[in-house]
Design a protein around this ligand. Sequence first.
Ligand SMILES: NC(=O)c1ccc[n+]([C@@H]2O[C@H](COP(=O)([O-])OP(=O)(O)OC[C@H]3O[C@@H](n4cnc5c(N)ncnc54)[C@H](O)[C@@H]3O)[C@@H](O)[C@H]2O)c1
Length: 411
Amino acid sequence: MPEGTYRGAIVSAGWIGVAPGPGARSPFGHESNPQERDAYEHDRDVPAPGESKVRAPGESGVSGRRWTTAEPRSAPTIRSMTTPPNPVGVGFIGAGDISILHAKAVDRCPGAKLVGLWNRSPQRAEERAAEFGCRRFETAAALIDDPDVDAVFVLTNLETHLEYARLALLAKKPVLVEKPVAASVAELLEMKQLAEEVQVPCMPGHNYIYEESLRRSAELIAEGELGRLVSVYVMYNIHHPEEVAKRYPGVVRQILTHHSYILRFLAGRVRRVSAMKAVLHYEEYTEEDIAMATLELENGALAHFCASFAADDHAADPWTVVVKAIGTAGSTRYSYRDWVEIKPGLVHSQTYTAYQGSITSEVRHFVDVCIRGNGAPLSTLDDAIDAQRLIEAIEVSVAERRVVDLGTTAN
Ligand SMILES: NC(=O)c1ccc[n+]([C@@H]2O[C@H](COP(=O)([O-])OP(=O)(O)OC[C@H]3O[C@@H](n4cnc5c(N)ncnc54)[C@H](O)[C@@H]3O)[C@@H](O)[C@H]2O)c1
């Protein structure tokens, strides 16, 4: 990427983006053409004419990926038309479970290609690089400095996010940071300040809100179409075995972070919160496997959060992942159970299509909108700061067994 790519970038409401301007050329020599942008939004899982439905391992960049349609589809492909001449070269820092979903997402994003990865343990790095069909770097710094790497995804554990995001930003490479974006509000403020100083995009990995259905709910609420907002429910009940859960913090940080940025996106800031947590199914791990919170929003509505690694919900109309908003003039619902594939997920007992789908949409937004200078993330670092403030308030509420007032949390 040429030096000074982000010179002249705009900084507003905590977001760094390059001002598009009519017919502006992006850092990748790509015209800011709305029609082309719309075309990116189409699913790439449509074979091009004459393209085999079954690819050889490694051929697609994600090993052994198969087109699952029984018959060739007759719909015209948009793939060749939408692949820009200079795809954004992506590098992964960290190659754990979540990198598998990001590799698939990059593969499904015509405007991007996976260049390579670095992982702390070289053996895993080697395995994943072979699986994804990409290069393996010896160090994180070597990956960041490589001229083929235009953008960096930080996919390591929470405690290291700031360190790697800082390295990427100092090298002026746009960065997508998995959630929770950082370990504290102080770390997030540091990340935001650095992104503003160097004027390089830094996008939180807030994948759920890139789901079309949640975007529509947010619009309906914002436009008042649901009347006065009464309540919002964000429920998560997905069993995680103890050996998997041990790799993460408790569900307050690991899962309620999702709930917090979703609520912020849909309905605004929280005024007060009361929370509880418990450990119900681990034998040794002492962090919580269930947490619940009751919240009062600044707009007066109430909300309820539940996050559980303790058990799946097997009942009819299960609350696997459900987001419900109820207003005086209408309601909306989003559910993981609207798309279920009967095969085990990486950790989940079944494959919830929306999980991969949300990450694919998030990556497309980062590449096609944020990096190419066409707009901001739907959830910014300021929103990550609000989400983290809420998480810290929930922790105080649990520890001190009281309702915590967040006050006016304007940044
Ligand atoms: N958006 C989502 O829905 C979602 C889902 C799962 C995980 N995540 C997030 O993704 C990140 C990674 O999670 P995962 O599921 O891949 O976990 P994982 O345990 O499978 O992988 C973690 C990776 O971090 C690396 N790592 C650990 N400590 C390190 C250190 N000190 N320095 C450098 N590297 C280190 C490990 O080598 C490993 O490759 C976490 O922040 C997690 O919260 C997000």
